[in-house]
Design a binder for this molecule. Structure first.
Ligand code: MOS
Length: 694
């Protein structure tokens, strides 16, 4: 057990401490920082998907008034190789994907930079490219997925054997679409090389991780690179690791010292080189007895990666841990294609990886003549099926029952296509959610400094993507120091502050909050109840060993209502309701916002989001928000997020589980299941479009 924090500020509906600055436009985002001597960067992108750059004629661009420099693979400063191929921008003549940065213009104004970029002439020696993902193209697949954190494949028992003999069985293929992260604030890097220091104002999910990457790529020492990011307009994972634009800005800043080189991506460029969610092809098999108790479960996953760098979406993970089944298998195969490398997008792994299993469970319920809630209740594991460890807490059942009660599930007709309301078929569906409690002990630390009169400055290099870190860390610090939250002055988002882990994997509050509590407790132990101004204490996130002892996951259950137009097939989701088990909710306002946001993004994935590749040209053609559809207000009339009271002493001093990502997990399956219940049409491919249900 960890020594729990006595909650006073925690658990209250504290308004965002950065709210006023945000709504009054005084919270500076990366592109808005006041900087000396700004210069503007525009990049030239490849128009082929594979081959070589043979020549670049930048004479017309360079001659333009106001152009400071033009960088190409033939004249750019050298970066270190071997660390991260994605970031070796302008380091060779090789073209790995269409849209790859191939030259950069730095100019006095954005207009001149843009005009000059248009004047750069690039010659290519193209090669035949391949961007087509499909099952059964064994020539494309990497048999071994290099992933240090997880097994590529898992096998327990004989899932094929039990499948062949099962009383009830479901087998089907499912697909999820390529999706692109579209945070409100496009990626931006402002890079300033001043004397001996490189300063980056970046829209990032982690200032220290970004600094470490820049140091690894440039060879600069840590104390010569500073990254600042107090406010970030969303990221969803795409700002969790550096992408080529950061290094492009760094190279340019090197070339024009003293200038604050600003590279603010266009929305279209966000579809080119800052990551996306791979499409997935999943082959699911469920085998059960006549009462729906699972005997076997397998999920065989095919997805894509880039040729120049591997990224393996961990789509098979949830099938390893969600339900009790003695015989189980998961496999991952990656097709290496001539595309930009995929990356994190909200709940990478779990999000696509719960779609197939949770739709398959709905199909199994139908095959068994069971209510889908009941089927899930019958397949609750005693311990984590993957590791055999006890769960620190597992309240799937409570979420299902509470959700069913709130949603009015009891009145649901058992048979599909049995409710019509005017021109609409009406149906309801359910799916479960899960997301691990990730913790990185030692990766974060915080400093508590007494400013006098019971007021404290609390510093940590954490990030707030709009999720609420400013607010919740203030609350944690207040409770840990036993002072009113108004007595806390929080500082975050700067590498000059104590080192902090990335805002990713829903781990921020766990890691940073634990560090803040450790620093506060250390401070009180060192300085007593009556500290002097200037007293301070720094401590890191302790390792309590709990993550080795327990399987730690957040869980949830999501319920959806779907209405499908009998004539046009138009699909509407008037109601989404989720109940989650996420430990102690530290701030209901910011927590609800995360859960509702995740569910909305899940609805968007279910019905709208799809990056369409033109296979002849090798790029995403619907690369803007006019054509890449995202759910808007009219698409989400009612989204409710609730949570059960959960006391889990095996997490951290706050008693919290991360909740930034779980909201998107299972949503698309709940909607697909609701569409089936409405229409009788089983949809296994996302997004669900009108034509599929007619
Ligand atoms: Mo989240 S996709 O781990 O930033």
């Amino acid at each position: 057990m960890t020594e729990p924090l006595r909650p006073r500020a925690l658990g209250t509906d504290h308004e965002r401490v950065d709210g006023w600055a945000k709504v009054t436009g005084t919270a500076p985002y990366a592109a808005e920082r006041r900087v000396p001597a700004r210069a503007h960067l525009r990049c030239v992108q490849t128009t082929i998907a594979r081959g070589r750059v043979t020549e670049i004629d930048a004479r017309a661009a360079t001659a333009l008034d106001g152009v400071l420099t033009v960088l190409t693979p033939f004249n750019a400063p050298r970066l270190r190789s071997g660390h991260d191929a994605e970031l070796e921008v302008l380091q060779s003549d090789e073209v790995w994907y269409r849209g790859q940065p191939v030259a950069a213009v730095v100019a006095e104004t954005p207009e001149v930079a843009g005009q000059a970029a248009d004047l750069v002439r690039v010659g290519y020696a193209p090669r035949q490219h391949d961007v087509t993902l499909s099952a059964g193209r064994e020539d494309l697949y990497r048999p071994e997925v290099v992933n240090p954190a997880h097994a590529t494949d898992t096998l327990t028992g004989d899932p094929d054997g039990v499948f062949a003999d099962a009383a009830r069985a479901v087998e089907a293929g499912y697909t999820t679409a390529m999706n692109h992260n579209n945070p409100m604030e496009p990626h931006t890097t402002v890079a300033l090389w001043d004397e001996a220091t490189l300063t980056l104002y970046d829209s990032t999910q982690g200032v220290h991780p970004l600094r470490d990457t820049v140091c690894a790529m440039t060879g600069l020492a840590h104390d010569r690179v500073r990254v600042v990011a107090p406010y970030v307009g969303g990221g969803f994972g795409s700002k969790g690791t550096a992408h080529p634009h950061v290094l492009l800005a760094v190279l340019a800043a090197w070339r024009v010292p003293g200038r604050a080189v600003t590279f603010a991506l266009t929305r279209r460029q966000m579809f080119a080189f800052v990551g996306y969610r791979t499409p997935t092809i999943q082959r699911m098999r469920l085998a059960a007895d006549i009462g729906g108790r699972l005997a076997g479960l397998s999920n065989d996953v095919v997805e894509l990666t880039a040729r120049y760098k591997e990224f393996a979406e961990q789509t098979g993970l949830p099938a390893r841990t969600m339900y009790a089944a003695p015989h189980r298998r998961t496999t991952h195969r990656l097709a290496a294609l001539d595309l930009p490398v995929p990356s994190w997008m909200r709940a990478p792994g779990e999000c696509p990886g719960m779609f197939a299993p949770e739709v398959a469970m709905d199909e199994l319920a139908e095959a068994c003549g069971l209510d889908p809630v009941e089927l899930r209740l019958r397949n609750e594991p005693e311990t984590d099926p993957e590791t055999g460890k006890p769960y620190s807490s597992r309240n799937v059942v409570a979420c299902l029952l509470e959700g069913a009660r709130r949603f009015g599930w009891r009145d649901r007709p058992p048979v599909a296509r049995s409710t019509r309301d005017g021109d609409w078929w009406v149906g309801t569906g359910v799916a479960c959610s899960t997301y691990p409690v990730l913790a990185t002990p030692g990766a974060s630390s915080a400093t508590v400094r007494h400013r006098g009169h019971g007021r404290y400055e609390v510093s940590i290099g954490a990030a707030d993507l709009g999720t609420g870190s400013w607010t919740v860390l203030t609350q944690i610090a207040a409770d840990a120091l036993d002072v009113p939250d108004a007595h806390i002055e929080l500082r975050l988002g700067d590498t000059d502050l104590p080192e902090a882990s990335v805002a990713g994997g829903s781990s921020g509050t766990t890691n940073w909050g634990s560090a803040v509590v450790a620093a506060a407790r250390g401070f009180r132990a060192a300085h007593g109840d009556d500290p002097r101004a200037g007293d301070e204490f720094t401590a890191g996130t302790p390792d309590d060993g709990l993550r080795d002892e327990f399987a730690r996951y957040a869980f949830g259950a999501q319920f959806a209502e779907a209405r499908v137009d009998v004539v046009t097939g138009e699909i509407r989701v008037p109601r989404l309701l989720g109940v989650f088990a996420v430990g102690r909710v530290l701030n209901p306002r910011t927590a609800r916002s995360q859960l509702v946001g995740g569910m909305t993004m899940g609805l968007s994935m279910a019905l709208h989001e799809q990056s369409v590749l033109d296979e002849r040209l090798g790029f995403v053609v619907n690369h803007d928000l006019a054509e890449y559809h995202i759910a808007t207000c009219a698409d989400v009339p009612s989204v409710e997020a609730h949570w059960i009271t959960e006391h889990d002493p095996y997490l951290n001093p706050m008693g919290s589980k991360g909740l930034g990502e779980i909201g998107i997990v299972g949503t698309a399956a709940a909607i697909a299941n609701a569409v089936h219940h409405a229409t009788g049409v089983r949809v296994r491919d996302l997004p669900i479009t009108n034509d599929t249900v007619l």
